[in-house]
Ligand binder design. Structure first.
Ligand code: GDD
Ligand code: MG
Length: 334
């Protein structure tokens, strides 16, 4: 079976990390998100993945020069301009000649869902489209569904105002679609599957949802990107594990690394303390610095203290500086 993976968004909520690396190429447990995601699809019986690319396509093509990732064949569809989720799915599916039941995945979602289970459920229901659903405490940042007693989606509401969500079951970003869904999407224009297509399919009684309690996280915000890394480290993923300190990292023997990941080529100086943090490839933590609850791509000077911060590749924290709840460089105001 074939899948389209949406990887063309701007990754705005992860700025400044996404200034240099598109969101799905950011590592989780030292391996790019997209690689973990495609491997999981492969385990569920997906043979071919078309990456629906837009913003910054080159890093993807360069990362998989053989056109293959963990035994899954990769194809690329680069949009001439951002088409939003439905437009991107139509563009990518058409470009790769998809004309039978297929799978779609948001490129920032990591889950232990067995996609073969979702496909079986879809076929058993005779659905036009089927969503993977997850129960969350606050559904307002997601697409939210109301289900009837037969797993049919009666209503799909994207990002409802707080307090107005019809349930706590949210769209977990993995879909099984019939090719008829593509004919509902007008060509070459910006259109959202969540705001336009799913509500229309629900109106025609063809939209179904399968709720599971599999591991699931949307890595698209800094606290969740950090959490996804700590979860792999803690062994919470069924098939994925990682080491805290990558063998190609350079960590001084007197540094303290606690519940943190240090990527290849990163350095941590003498006496530094790093907790609940991801230090990415190429980053440097100076001697005696204390870094907690943060994601670091840039440079932290000696004896600096950094808490709850996101530091991009060009971010520099001066020697002895104290930084709390900030991003460097600061994203430009909209
Ligand atoms: N190719 C392409 N073109 N991809 C796009 C575009 C586009 O114009 N716009 C967004 N994407 C990709 C993003 O890169 C991401 O992988 C995926 O589409 C979803 O976009 P997000 O920006 O991450 O959406 P979200 O997290 O706010 O909400 C979505 O995911 C939630 C679950 O994590 C929605 O599908 C929600 O309904 C859902 O609950
Ligand atoms: Mg997302």
């Amino acid at each position: 079976m074939r899948a389209v993976v949406l990887v063309g968004g701007f990754g705005t909520r992860l700025l400044p990390l996404t200034l240099s690396i598109p969101k799905p190429m950011l590592p989780v447990g030292h391996v790019p998100i997209i690689e973990r995601l495609v491997a999981q699809l492969g385990r569920g019986g997906i043979s071919d993945v078309t990456l629906a690319l837009g913003f910054k396509p080159e890093p993807f093509v360069e990362a998989f020069p053989s056109g293959e990732c963990g035994g899954v064949a990769l194809h690329y569809a680069v949009e001439p301009q951002p088409l939003d989720t439905a437009g991107a799915i139509r563009f990518a599916a058409t470009a790769s000649g998809i004309d039978e039941t297929f799978v779609v995945v948001n490129g920032d979602v990591l889950t232990d869902l067995d996609v073969a289970q979702l496909v079986r459920f879809h076929r058993d229901r005779g659905a036009e489209a089927t969503l993977h659903l997850i129960a969350v405490p606050d559904p307002s940042a997601f697409g939210v569904v109301a289900l009837d007693g037969e797993d049919r989606v009666e209503r799909f509401v994207e990002k409802p105002a707080p307090g107005t969500a019809p349930s706590n079951l949210v769209n977990a970003g993995t879909y099984v679609l019939e090719p008829s869904v593509l004919r509902r999407i007008p060509g070459d224009e910006k259109i959202s599957i969540e705001r336009a297509t799913f509500p229309a399919i629900a109106d025609g009684r063809g939209l179904f949802g399968l709720a599971t309690d599999d591991y699931w996280i949307d890595t698209g915000q800094p606290e969740f990107y950090l959490q996804a890394n700590l979860d792999v480290l803690a062994g919470l993923r069924r098939n994925d594990r990682c080491q805290a300190v990558h063998p190609d990292a350079n960590v001084d023997g007197t540094a303290t690394i606690e519940n943190a990941l240090i990527g290849p080529g990163a350095t941590v100086g003498a006496g530094a303390v790093v907790r609940r943090t991801v230090v990415l490839s190429g980053a440097a933590i100076g001697e005696g610095a204390a870094v907690t609850d943060s994601v670091i791509m840039g440079q932290v000077g000696p004896n600096a203290s950094v808490h709850d911060c996101v530091i991009g590749a060009t971010g520099v924290i001066g020697s002895g500086e104290h930084l709390h709840h900030q991003r460097r460089p600061q994203p430009a105001p909209k």
